[in-house]
Ligand binder design. Structure first.
Ligand code: COA
Length: 170
């Protein structure tokens, strides 16, 4: 994947293309078709439509990042007992490297702080350098490993558990 935002080359200089505004709002049931489509194009072992529906029904914080009426990314957070867990964070492969993943993560961190969360956790495949790059940029560090956590093409893959301590927003 190119890390460069789309742009036009004029006389050897790349002029970045203006991007339409994107907003983050609560995910709803009508979004699930687009969300599942992004999920299938992003993961080798995607969540089903039903898993997203269950996240909405369970009352998890489910966010959609929307541009021009199209979902371009989403994130899901569960909060309990002063801890938060990022269950999913994904941007449409057509709209990567535009800062949307970071915006979604910033919103999750803001919501976790607002809910008086002291520490936020997530699991990630150690092979997922892109996601790990994003999490490290935002101050996460590895605190544990979960052996054979993920489905893989041959056997199972371990998960790295990353965490970040939060200062609660008053
Ligand atoms: C991980 C993911 C959400 C990043 O989304 P994105 O919208 O492309 O990321 P952003 O444009 O906001 O990038 C923010 C930061 O992420 C990191 N990053 C993004 N792409 C990267 C890459 N290809 N390599 C390394 N780091 C990368 C960088 O630190 C970047 O900051 P910078 O632009 O200042 O260098 C996206 O690649 C994705 O949806 N992947 C598939 C789903 C997934 O693996 N989710 C995580 C599960 S734990």
């Amino acid at each position: 994947m190119s890390r460069k935002p789309p742009g036009e080359r004029v006389s050897g200089v790349i002029i970045p293309m203006a991007q339409p505004p994107a907003t983050i709002r609560e995910m709803n049931h009508d979004d699930l078709g687009m969300v599942s489509d992004i999920e299938r194009r992003s993961y080798e072992f995607p969540w089903s439509h039903g898993v997203f529906r269950d996240c909405l029904l369970a009352g998890y914080q489910c966010l959609a990042l929307v541009r021009e009426d199209r979902v371009a990314g989403y994130a899901i957070l569960s909060v309990a007992a002063g801890e938060a867990h990022i269950l999913n964070l994904c941007t449409d492969p057509d709209f990567r490297a535009l800062g949307y993943g970071e915006r979604l993560l910033d919103e999750l961190l803001h919501r976790a702080r607002s809910a008086s969360v002291r520490e936020i956790f997530l699991e990630v495949r150690p092979s997922n350098e892109t996601a790990i790059g994003l999490y490290r940029k935002k101050g996460f560090h590895q605190v544990a490993a979960r052996p054979a956590y993920y489905q893989a093409n041959e056997g199972r893959e371990d998960a790295a558990v990353l965490a970040k301590k939060l200062v609660v927003e008053l």
